[in-house]
Write a protein that binds this ligand. Structure first.
Ligand code: R5P
Length: 303
């Protein structure tokens, strides 16, 4: 069985790193945009039996159409198995109808992707009220791996990790913050967050004295508008933190949000390469490759 990594342009660098880590060939899917906005997708002609498709789903709307078009071509060319590696999986935050008539985006997108692919691998999906990715993707295998080992190793490699306080903005961040802290030997705590709107966030703290004179690193899954990190940093500094940096898995922020973070007192923002962004410093290829090792082993077994 031939297995290949096929990657879409925005993730060319990380796709190549993933293919290298897996010891697999790597090729690019190309997309042409017609003047009317429709897309033409062309997949490479190697005719693999198993395609590992790599595309992170930040700014997802067009990308989902690209995946649907590519999946049609892969299947028609004879692919027996399609695995989507989407380090950032969009639309997971809308996991219930908060008001009458709202779509539950999480369900709709999972149904759509589940109809195209045989397996999905993603990183720290934002599952708030749903606990397991398997509960969302009912018909296919879906693996949500955590970037915590990569975050912890990065902090440890920088030195002085044991004197850091890792801070989660809300209770949902606890598993990520705790696992990262454990990996690098830092202390940790989380705030309690309530969100009033897209960019309006309130925070409360159980043990305000714990922040005093600490070197704080905020750890969170997503930075989008930046409101959460900015409010967390302001609160930490107000409670006496010596300095505040931030580490996120998915950097969805734009330049304006980045400026807001600096204004809030965050001296450094670092992210994984789950979403291409100037703050990327932490490679996820090793973690993704080990999650995908069984796809490559299947290649050896059936060769
Ligand atoms: C929400 O609970 C997530 O974990 C993130 O804290 C949130 O999505 C970040 O979004 P923003 O940067 O817009 O505050």
């Amino acid at each position: 069985m031939r297995v290949a990594v096929h990657c879409f342009e925005p993730c060319a660098g990380t796709g190549q790193a993933l293919a290298k880590a897996l010891g697999l060939p790597f090729e690019l899917v190309s997309t042409h945009r017609f003047p009317d906005g429709e897309l033409l997708v062309t997949v490479p002609d190697g005719k693999p039996d198993v395609v590992i498709a790599h595309l992170s789903l930040d700014r997802p709307n067009e990308k989902i159409i690209e995946l649907a078009l590519a999946a049609e071509a892969w299947r028609r060319q004879g692919a027996r198995r399609l695995v989507l590696v989407a380090p950032y999986l969009a639309y997971m935050r809308q996991d219930q109808a908060f008001e009458f008539g709202q779509a539950i985006s999480q369900k709709a997108i999972a149904r759509l992707l589940g109809g195209l692919f045989d397996r999905i691998v993603t990183v720290d999906p934002h599952l708030h009220r749903t606990h397991r990715l398997a509960d969302i993707f009912e018909s296919i295998r879906a693996d949500g791996i955590t970037a915590a080992p990569a975050l912890g190793d990065w902090l440890r490699a920088r030195g002085g990790a044991s004197s850091l306080l890792l801070l989660g903005p809300d209770e949902e961040s606890t598993p990520l913050v705790q696992a990262t802290a454990k990996r690098c030997g830092a202390g940790w705590l989380t705030f309690l967050k309530s969100r009033q709107g897209d960019t309006d966030v309130d925070l409360t703290v159980k043990s305000p004295e714990a922040l005093k004179d600490r070197r704080v690193v905020i750890v969170d899954d997503i930075c989008s508008s930046g409101a959460t990190l900015a409010a967390t940093a302001r609160k930490a500094l107000e409670l006496g933190a010596r300095n505040v940096r931030a580490l996120v898995v998915h950097a969805l922020l734009d330049d304006r949000a980045a400026a807001n973070l600096r204004e809030a007192g965050i001296s450094e923002l670092v992210s994984t390469d789950a979403v291409p962004h100037p703050t990327n410093s932490i490679a996820l290829a090793p973690l993704l490759a080990s999650a995908l090792a069984d796809e490559v082993r299947a290649d050896l077994v059936h060769a």
